[in-house]
Each structure stands twice: as C-alpha cells, then as structure tokens.
Design a protein around this ligand. Sequence first.
Ligand code: ADP
Length: 484
Amino acid sequence: DADRLRDGALLRTRLFIDGTWREGQGAPSEVRDPASGAVLAAVESASAADVEDAVAAAERAGRAWGKVTAPERARTLRRWFELIVEHADDLAMILTAEQGKPLAEARGEIIYGAGFVEWYAEEAKRTYGEVIPSNVGSRRLLTVRQPVGVTAAITPWNFPSAMILRKAAPALAAGCSMIVKPAPETPLSALALAELAQRAGIPAGVLSVVPGPAEEVGGVLTSSPVVRALSFTGSTAVGKLLMQQSAGTVKKLALELGGNAPLIVFDDADLDAAVAGAMASKFRNAGQTCVCANRILVQAGIHDAFVERLREAVADLRVGNGFEDGSEQGPLISTAAVEKVQRHVADAVSGGASVVLGGEVHELGGTFFQPTLLTGVTGDMLVAREETFGPLAAVIRFETEEEAVTLANATEFGLAAYFFTQDLGRSWRVGEALEFGVVGINTGLISYEGAPFGGVKESGLGREGSLHGIDEFTEIKYLCIDGV
Ligand code: ADP
C-alpha cells in the first residue's frame, strides 16, 4: 500500500527499460505477502522482445557510460548511495512486505546493500592498470582495465535489495551497464532501487530492471552476444544451467550458488560466543540465507552444555509478522520452503535424530515455522547433505579436530564455514583446512562490503565485495608499444 510509504513513488510495478517505466508484453504477475498470502501488487512482466530492448539500450548507454570519467561515475553512484540511505525506511517496508523478514532486518539489509554502492563509488577511481618492465629495448608494455560492456544480473528473493546492489554497484563503477532480472517473489524492491537510480542521475539504459518469466528472460540474457558478463545468485541447479546457456557466447560468469555451511564448536570455545554465533548464523532471515549454519558440529566435551544453551536461545526467538515490533523470525517464503524443512525433520527423525524444540508449522499457520533444534544428527541425513533454507538447527556430535574437518568438508558445496575455538594454533590449522571461500572464526556474521564474498567447489565462481569484486566487470587489456 503506497499510502504507508513516505514516498509513494517508490512503489513501481512497471518494467524499467532505457530510463522509462513501461508496460510489459508478458502477462503481469502477482506479488504476495508471504505472511498472509495476500496479493500486494501486480507487476508487469517482460517478454523476450522487452528484454531485447533493454539489451539494446544497455549497449548504447553503456558505451557512453564507459567513457564518463571515473570521478564523475563515482559522484553519480555516491548520490545513489545517499538516496538509498535517505529512503531506507520506505525501502525496508517494501522489502518486508514482499519478503517477510522482520522490519529491523530489512532495514539492516538496505543499509548493508547501500554500503556496496558507497564502497564501489570510491573504488571506481581505483581500477588501476600497470606498467610492466619490458623484455625488448624498443618496447613499452602496459595494461589498462576496461569495462566488460553490457552485463546482466539474476537475483534471488532472500535478499531482494542487497543482492542487486552487490552486483550493480561494482558493474556501474567499472563503467558497465546492467540489466537486472529480480526474483518473481520480490520485484518491488528491485524497481524501487531503479527509481532511486534514475533520481541519482544514472543515465537511461545504464541500469534496467526486467521482472518476467525466468526461462524467457534468462534465455535472452544468456544467449545474447551483446551481454558479456552474467552475475547470478541463486541455487546451484539454476547456476549450472545458466553456465551451460552462457557457454555459447563465452560470457564472464560470477556465480554465488548454494552452500551447506558447517559451524564447528570445539571444546575450547567461548560458550557465549558460540551460542550467539550459531543463533545469528542459523536464524537470520528465518534460516533462508546461503551462509546460514546448516550443520552445527559440536565436540563431545562441550556438546551437552552447548545444546542446553542453544535450546534456551532458540526457545526465546519471537516468531511473528515482520511488521510486528520485536519479531525476530518471519514467515518462510513459500509452502515449498516449509515442505523442505518438514522433509528434513522427518528424514532426520527416522534416522534416529531427536527433536529438542519445534519441528512443526507454527501456530500462526501459513508459512510460519517453529524455530527447531535437532540433536543426534549424522552426516548421511538429508539435513546434513542439502541446504535446509529454514529455521532448523541440526546438531552433529564429533570427537576430534580431524573428524570435524573431514565432516565439514564432506560436501560438494564450499561457501561459508564457521568455527569457535580459543586456541590460536587451531584457528590457523582449521582455517586453512576448511574448503570454503569464507570462514568466520569466533563469529557467525561475516558479511561486509569491503571483504570478498564467494564460494569454492559447487558454491560458485568469483567474488563479490572488496577490491576483487570489480574484477568480474573489468577486462585487462595488454598494450605492447614498439618503436619507442
Ligand atoms: P530459489 O530456489 O531460491 O528461488 P533459484 O535459483 O530458482 O533459487 O532462483 C534464483 C533466481 O534465478 C531467480 O531470479 C529466478 O527467477 C531465477 N531463475 C530460476 N530459473 C531460471 C532459469 N531457468 N533461467 C534464468 N533464471 C532463472
């Protein structure tokens, strides 16, 4: 409801292509409030032809944007950052309405995402080349970094705002144009960001947003020879498909795919820190993040004390509508998401695990699920092999450090891992041995725009954030000058 916003113009339901708000040629699609199932808005849907228009606009606009000086691009991005922060309350309301997370968490996401725009506004000025000592007297060798050109982003519903900003900020900073296909569950957050991009003075066509049928929109974006890079966050299955589809045009790919994060608590851990870290990592966004602790590995000596403290903390979680004061866990995104958690609980219990808390749909009904704690989980259970993406803490007991590392690495995924220890030597040993792209030591929260985020193995390719994040959107050109 636009009346509840301070700035009702942030609620956009049309496609944003080449700087204009357009009707789509596809059938409009409904956006629902996951807390109630009520329809929030009907959003226009792009057809293949609409996406081709966006690609053509991005090609034209991108050529000019790439030639804008870096300080000028930086100032424009800086204005976008400031507008996002200024409108954080409205953006958070839109986000909670379509995604369900508690309003305070939604606001946190807006500020976190804005941080990428601020960071890359600064970094735009630092895409340095190099001068290479020559091997031939008459030659001078150097490199320049140039924008890759037109880029595309396909983003998920769990962080409807931050996942777009994390991609668009480095792309635009590098001098690229970008076409964003948001998740069908959460297009409103994406369109609101486009509105602010326009107000910030980002030129028409440099950033377009095209909600629409995934296969059709994704098909155009991946097959187009004009689109030179694709940045995707989502499931490993879809990531692999997009990788295949992009092979025909040999695109640069940045893929942030699924995870199966272990969180290891060693006997020598600080118990308070371990419980706080497990809660933050596991239950944030109702467990619907790719870095949520999916397997909590606890050493035998601290196991019972840890489980007791975790039980108390889980029992204290306040489940409720994201707009209610004090809500800590909102609804899950869909009934399919609820069914996956139920499947993991049932499979674990049939294999001998115990339900310490929860395990069922919450009394609020719909897609609200009880914060759940399982013990006696083993590595062969579904809950340990697949990403649950829900509020289910699965505790696995282990004896030795070596066993913990082996268990932790026994997955095709390699995004985030966490462990808790007060032993310096163990911090190094285990930190080096874990086959994951991001490792939190004595903390369950690691995200920061200034640090590189990304996975190894089947969790993906490339990094987002930090000075490395801009590499996905630049090419190195080597210039060899002879006759000097
Ligand atoms: P989830 O299961 O968490 O929704 P997905 O990987 O299915 O994760 O979705 C992430 C993003 O990928 C969404 O924007 C979705 O619409 C998009 N997507 C899903 N399938 C395809 C596809 N075949 N081609 C292009 N994009 C897709």
